[in-house]
Design a protein around this ligand. Structure first.
Ligand code: SF4
Length: 404
């Protein structure tokens, strides 16, 4: 299985952030939370058994390294006592460089973490100051150098385009510096401005946000620089070194995408621990309670701390497969799909075909009798293409962030 653990604490809030978190300067708050994570794992183990191999472990947040190192150690030891973590598995953690040091990182490596993600976002001092994420390039570089000395090359950088203060020159410098530090994977996300959901983002409007045209320009600069530096574009928003497993999976059409982003593994059940975490097990999606007190109350009472659950219909699963294929591999073999799902593809998706025709006329997709292929231009608009197959999306009643 794949295991995601949400650590929802941060010392302060960055203004662009859309993550689910609570602000605290008291790092001891992580101790009781870890108690509940372990208790929740025991509740799950009672139901699904202990005989499982965790092939992927991911700690995200919030700030996972908000935890005191002794709490982190307790968490990892406790989980290892419940499930098996094979040596060849991936164990990744998101790190805020402002609240870590070499000694902390060394302990994480000793615990078995073998991939480290950095929320870099941008390296220009004016941009990071506007979004209130005061982290210097030197700080990022110091931790990266230390990890490279320790022979950890599985490093991820998350970058964001569309932030206030970004322009082609500044963002180009950020990309150049990123390439110089040579992380093995880069996620390049568009800033999602959703102040109706995240009211703190409203403050950023006083600086002026890049418009659609500027966003596309920033994205294009990054795309070209990464490509020219030898990175392989992965799916809609990632880049990877050619030898990285993501690039290899994409080459053989095995790339997958789940709540955490692109992944090499298909068919793993995803179990989530902690507030707001999402699980996808068999035909069921579940999301945990979002507030800490009710989450803890449920766990203390021996209950699964679920806020909501959804059982997928056959139609849901079929559409999920289709969307993941297009999102990940930019192609869909309709003939193979028909065999798997026992449907006449274009009969089942006749309404969608009608909506795809204008996109085909714009040169974004090629529609064949037995396949759909996203064109190189269409890759930039893959979200728009995939939403055609989303039967729950209702743009007349819902508001979303920009797709490009
Ligand atoms: S960007 Fe990271 S550090 Fe900043 S508030 Fe969000 S989760 Fe916390």
């Amino acid at each position: 299985m794949s295991l995601y653990i949400h650590i929802p604490y941060c010392e302060r809030r960055c203004l662009f952030c859309g993550c689910h978190l609570f602000i605290s300067k008291d790092h001891h708050a992580g101790g009781p939370y870890v108690d509940r994570l372990l208790a929740e794992a025991e509740i799950i183990a009672k139901r699904v058994g202990r005989d499982h191999r965790v092939m992927q472990l991911a700690l995200g947040g919030g700030t996972p390294n908000f935890l005191l190192i002794e709490d982190m150690q307790r968490l990892i030891d406790g989980l290892r006592a419940i499930w098996e973590f094979p040596e060849e598995g991936e164990r990744s953690i998101e790190i805020d460089v402002r609240t870590t040091d070499n000694a902390y990182m060394d302990r994480l490596l000793d615990m078995g973490f073998n991939r480290v993600s950095f929320g870099v976002q941008d390296l220009h001092p004016d941009v990071v100051s506007r979004v209130r994420k005061h982290q210097s390039q030197e700080l990022v570089e110091a931790i990266v150098s230390h990890l490279l000395e320790r022979k950890i090359q599985a490093l991820n950088f998350d970058l964001i385009y569309g932030l206030p203060g970004q322009n082609p020159e500044r963002f180009g410098q950020t990309i150049d510096e990123t390439i110089r530090m040579r992380p093995s994977r880069i996620a390049l996300f568009g800033y999602a401005h959703v102040p109706w959901m995240k009211s703190h983002q409203k403050v950023l409007e006083r600086y002026g946000l890049p418009d659609e045209k500027e966003r596309v320009q920033l994205w294009g600069i990054a795309f070209e620089k990464f490509r020219d530096a030898g990175y392989v574009p992965i799916g809609m928003d990632h880049f990877a070194e050619p030898h990285d497993e993501l690039a290899q999976s994409q080459r053989v059409g095995r790339l997958n995408r789940n709540f955490m982003g692109y992944t090499t593994a298909r068919g793993l059940d995803l179990v989530g621990l902690g507030v707001s975490s999402i699980a996808s097990v068999g035909d069921v999606y579940v999301q945990n309670r979002k507030e800490i007190p009710p989450y803890m109350d449920d766990v203390d009472a021996g209950r699964l701390p679920w806020q909501k659950a959804l059982t997928l219909s056959t139609e849901d699963k079929m559409r999920r497969d289709l969307i993941i294929d297009l999102f990940s591999n930019f192609t869909l073999d309709a003939a193979a799909f028909e065999k798997t799902w026992n449907v006449d593809f274009w009969k089942a998706f006749a309404a969608e075909r009608e909506k795809l025709e204008p996109l085909a006329a714009d040169g974004l997709v090629n529609l064949g009798d037995t396949r759909i292929d996203v064109t190189p231009l269409g890759r930039f608009f893959i979200r728009n293409i995939c939403t055609v197959f989303d039967q729950y999306l209702d743009p007349t009643t819902q508001r979303f962030s920009k797709t490009v």
